[in-house]
Design a protein around this ligand. Structure first.
Ligand code: HEM
Length: 399
């Protein structure tokens, strides 16, 4: 039986390619309105695209039979191990119970003073210059420093940690594989040393994450050293690039929409609502992958064990059936927090409260100090495909 006979038109669109900014949203909007499902044949295994809000949400809820054996529809082959992502069912729930306390609202609140302090330091470093590449000089540095603090590691290590993590990210998106492998080895050695140090000098496991991982028991067994290292690596991979990307889209928007910028400058109390609407409007994890574990059916779509699913976060967040005038930034939009930017179901983003904190702190501290800025004239903004991020965002302001 051919795929078309299974009830789905073909799509040949490669969502992994770089485009001019917002190019991916335009492609996704077109797809969603053309037909409900598509079979996309641009990867070796191909994948079925769920695109409407209700379908994508239901896809996340089918977690018992649609698993993270495939994490990204675009890269369905098993790659770097990730925890907790790679686990499903009870094993996943048990590890989440160990990790959740560190990412719960109360824990994130504990980080707030430090988050403000570090943010102000970085802004003050840039402010006298009157310009910066916001992506490289701020948007990636800030989450890296907070990530190190979260793990209980010295923020000053960002100086050498950041170039390693950047080289590793670049490797996932076509960069030099040998350099990426060397960077990965450095990062693993760095985490290994942190774990060794905590084993020798355990700190308060309620406040120190590496100590908690060293001391935790699941079914009476300690978490293996290998898994602790994988968890640290996962948090780095999941938390840095995403926050950088969100900041890039938010600052592009604010530089281009003076009225929205003025609104949050005049009333910083609007910032939490603005963050939520930004995260809805500019979803950067445009899809989560899943692998179907048993033959079945999805609203008339015939599915087989092993099929790869694209849960289209980028389409769902901009689905007019759910969010009227979806392409507009609407401060105080009703029901905005039902967006799927952080996923849904058991794999919902572990770091979402931290991400919200980071974005809100940056918006507050930056606009207090640099309320007016513009994108350097003549700049063409390019977004990296796959998981969206702006390659560069040159900003200028008066000093
Ligand atoms: C704006 C920023 C962020 C966005 C848009 C985002 C988005 C997402 C999405 C969509 C998922 C679900 C993937 C799936 O269901 O397959 C996810 C999972 C995850 N995120 Fe985030 N994320 C962000 C920031 C962070 C941060 C700051 C951290 C931690 C430092 C983090 C850690 C994780 C982890 C560990 C998972 C896997 C959860 C699991 O499988 O149980 N994320 N994120």
């Amino acid at each position: 039986m051919t795929e078309t006979e299974r009830g789905c038109p073909y799509s040949h669109v490669d969502f992994g390619l770089d485009t001019e900014i917002y190019g991916h949203y335009a492609l996704l909007d077109g797809h969603r309105e053309e037909s409900r499902f598509h079979f996309n044949d641009t990867t070796r295994r191909g994948f079925y695209m769920l695109q409407r809000y209700d379908d994508v949400l239901e896809g996340f809820q089918r977690h018992e039979t649609w698993t993270t054996h495939v994490r990204s529809a675009l890269n369905p082959e098993p790659g770097t191990a990730l925890l907790p992502q790679d686990l499903n069912g009870e094993a996943h729930a048990k590890l989440r119970r160990v990790l959740n306390p560190f990412f719960a609202p109360a824990a994130v609140k504990r980080m707030t003073p430090m988050a403000h302090e570090r943010c102000v330091e970085l802004i003050e470093e840039l402010r006298p210059k009157g310009s910066c590449d916001f992506v490289a000089e701020f948007a990636i540095r800030y989450p890296t420093d907070l990530f190190l603090a979260l793990l209980g590691l010295p923020v000053s290590d960002g100086e050498f940690f950041l170039p390693w993590s950047e080289t590793l990210f670049a490797g996932f998106f076509g960069g030099d594989p040998a350099a990426a492998a060397a960077a990965k080895a450095n990062i693993i050695a760095y985490f290994t040393e942190a774990v060794r140090e905590r084993r020798a000098n355990l700190r308060d496991p309620r406040e120190d994450m590496v100590s908690r991982l060293v001391e935790a028991r699941i079914d009476g067994e300690p978490i293996s050293e290998q898994d602790i290292l994988t968890i640290c690596m996962t948090l780095m991979l999941a938390g840095l690039d995403t926050t950088r990307s969100a900041l890039g889209y938010i600052y592009t928007h604010l530089a281009r929409h003076e009225e929205d910028r003025r609104a949050i400058v005049a009333d910083p109390g609007l910032i939490p609502a603005a963050v939520e609407e930004f995260v809805r409007l500019y979803p950067l994890v445009i899809q989560a992958g899943r692998e179907v574990q048993e033959d079945g059916e999805f609203h008339g779509l015939d599915l087989r064990r092993g099929d790869v699913m694209w849960l289209g976060i980028g389409s769902a967040n901009r689905d007019p059936r759910k969010f009227p005038e979806p392409d507009r930034f609407v401060l105080g939009r009703k029901g905005v927090n039902q967006h799927l930017a952080f996923g849904a179901g058991p794999h919902r983003c572990l770091g979402m409260h931290l991400a919200r904190l980071e974005l809100a702190v940056v918006l507050k501290e930056w606009h207090e100090r640099i309320p007016d800025y513009r994108i350097k004239e003549g700049t063409t903004l390019v977004e990296r495909g796959g998981q969206l991020t702006l390659k560069t965002l040159p900003l200028e302001w008066e000093v």
